[in-house]
Design a protein around this ligand. Structure first.
Ligand SMILES: Nc1ncnc2c1ncn2[C@@H]1O[C@H](COP(=O)(O)OP(=O)(O)O)[C@@H](O)[C@H]1O
Ligand SMILES: [Mg+2]
Length: 223
C-alpha cells in the first residue's frame, strides 16, 4: 500500500520533577495516501502528544516517523521546518490565527516563503471563497465567529497543498451545529483534493466521518 506516513515504536515520556509519565508506549501506525484516520481517546490519553510527534512538531524519546520514506526526526531543524511548511497542514482546537493580520494574510502566510506574496494572496482569497468566507475578506480574526475562524484555519492548512493534514480536536471549541458545518467544509475540501487526514477527537460522532478509527488507551493504540 502507498503509505504517506509510517510511525514505528514511538515512545514519548514527560518528565515532571523526579517522576516521568509514559504517555506513548511503542506506538506504531501507518497512514495510507488519501486515507482519513481518526485517533480517539479520553482526555489526557495522549492524543495531542501523538499528533505532534506524527506531525514533526515533537521529537519522541525513541522510535521513528517516516514521511514518504523520509525519516522526519533525522533532519536538521531548519530542514524539518521547511519540510513541514511544504508538506504538512495543521488545524488546532484553538485556531491559532494571528490577530494583527487580516484573514487573507493569515491564510497566505505559510505560502510566503514558497511563492511570491501576490500569488499567495490570490490563492488565499480563492480558498477563503471555498470555505464560504468570500464576504469577510479584509476582516481580522477577532471580527469573526469561532466557526468562521476555524474555516480560516482550514484554508491556511491547505494553502501549500500539503500531502497530509493534522487536525487536533478541530471542533472542540465549537457548538455542535457550528462544528458540523466546519467539518463539512473540511471534508469537502479534502475530498476534492485527495489530501490525507489524521484527525484527533474524543467525539465518536466526529470520528465516524473518517474512514478508519484507532483508539489510544494507556499509551497504546488499539483498533
Ligand atoms: N508538556 C507536558 N509536560 C508534562 N506533561 C504533559 C505535557 N503535555 C501533556 N502532558 C500530559 O500527558 C498526558 C497526555 O496529554 P495530551 O497528549 O495532551 O492528551 P490528550 O490530547 O489526549 O488530552 C496528560 O496526562 C498530560 O497531562
Ligand atoms: Mg489534546
Amino acid at each position: 500500500m502507498d503509505n504517506v506516513l509510517v510511525a514505528e515504536q514511538i515512545d514519548r515520556t514527560y518528565r515532571i520533577g523526579k517522576t516521568s509519565l509514559n504517555v506513548l508506549n511503542k506506538v506504531s501506525l501507518n497512514v495510507a495516501a488519501g486515507e482519513m484516520l481518526a485517533i480517539m481517546g479520553q482526555s489526557g490519553s495522549g492524543k495531542s502528544t501523538l499528533l505532534h510527534v506524527l506531525g514533526g512538531l515533537d521529537r519522541p524519546k525513541s522510535g521513528t516517523v517516516s514521511f514518504r520514506g523520509q525519516n522526519v526526526y533525522s533532519m536538521p531543524a531548519r530542514k524539518l521546518a521547511q519540510f513541514r511548511a511544504e508538506n504538512v497542514g495543521y488545524v488546532f482546537q484553538s485556531f491559532h490565527l494571528l490577530p494583527e493580520l487580516d484573514i487573507v494574510e493569515n491564510v497566505a502566510l505559510p505560502a510566503m516563503s514558497i511563492q511570491p506574496a501576490r500569488e499567495a494572496k490570490i490563492r488565499a482569497r480563492e480558498l477563503l471563497e471555498e470555505v464560504g468566507l468570500g464576504e469577510r475578506i479584509g476582516h481580522r480574526p477577532q471580527e469573526l465567529s469561532g466557526g468562521e475562524q476555524q474555516r480560516v484555519a482550514i484554508a491556511r492548512a491547505l494553502i501549500n497543498e500539503p500531502d497530509i493534514i493534522f487536525a487536533d480536536e478541530p471542533t472542540g471549541n465549537l457548538d455542535s451545529t457550528t462544528g458540523e458545518k466546519v467539518l463539512n467544509y473540511l471534508f469537502q475540501l479534502l475530498g476534492t483534493r485527495r489530501h490525507t487526514l489524521v484527525l484527533v477527537t474524543h467525539s465518536q460522532e466526529v470520528a465516524s466521518r473518517c474512514s478508519r478509527e484507532l483508539f489510544l488507551k494507556d499509551g497504546v493504540l488499539v483498533q
